[in-house]
Design a protein around this ligand. Sequence first.
Ligand SMILES: CC(C)(COP(=O)(O)OP(=O)(O)OC[C@H]1O[C@@H](n2cnc3c(N)ncnc32)[C@H](O)[C@@H]1OP(=O)(O)O)[C@@H](O)C(=O)NCCC(=O)NCCS
Length: 205
Amino acid sequence: MSFRVFGVKAWKFGGCILLRWLSGSKLSYDSWQIHFMTDKTDLKPTASITLRAAYPSEARTIASMSRLYIEHGLHWRWTPAKVKRHIRDKDTMVLVASRDAVIAGFAIMRFGDDQAHLFLLAVQPEFRRTGIGRSMMQWLEKSCRAAGIQQLRLEVRASNRGARLFYWQLGFWFLGQVAGYYDRREAAVIMVRSLNDPRPRFSSD
Ligand SMILES: CC(C)(COP(=O)(O)OP(=O)(O)OC[C@H]1O[C@@H](n2cnc3c(N)ncnc32)[C@H](O)[C@@H]1OP(=O)(O)O)[C@@H](O)C(=O)NCCC(=O)NCCS
């Protein structure tokens, strides 16, 4: 079932309502303009980053980022065709953080009834440690809360210490490890976050 609310398309699925904006629309219920006040990178102090749904035409860029920053050394699974399928899937959000025409980061999350699964998240190296990853996670978390989802889950490469620390800082816990999850040669660490937990371990508020 689908219907429109103030220019926003809402899909009802699995007992949850998740608001997503119409593909191609410029403004939406939940587009975020973030103004970074940082001197950590080359970003100008007032550089503006917009969080929005990805367009199908951006699938290739997103897939390339996945190959470079997430799947390096592994069989390339998140091809442009697969990313495009997820952009079109009503239960999946492919979120991009863009600055002008540049994709600074992206995240792919699938929304279930009670649990959301984060498939991928990456930020371009020159934009890292400026809060973009955290902002995308906060955006997704807000959407999950609106849909009544209780838990977030993800798998991360065991060798990816930086990402594990990032998720830990955001309130994720280690649930376990699956040997050989990646191409039968690298383990995955499973991390979960309950949205009933009062606060992440730190907050930008
Ligand atoms: C993991 C990743 C998405 C983080 O994105 P980011 O935009 O740099 O993260 P943020 O700036 O929002 O960081 C928020 C906090 O998380 C922690 N953090 C982020 N990256 C970290 C790292 N490499 N090591 C330790 N802590 C880290 C820090 O506490 C940071 O706050 P601080 O900068 O004030 O110290 C990014 O490093 C990345 O794209 N890595 C490659 C792809 C990847 O590993 N994806 C995750 C697996 S799917």
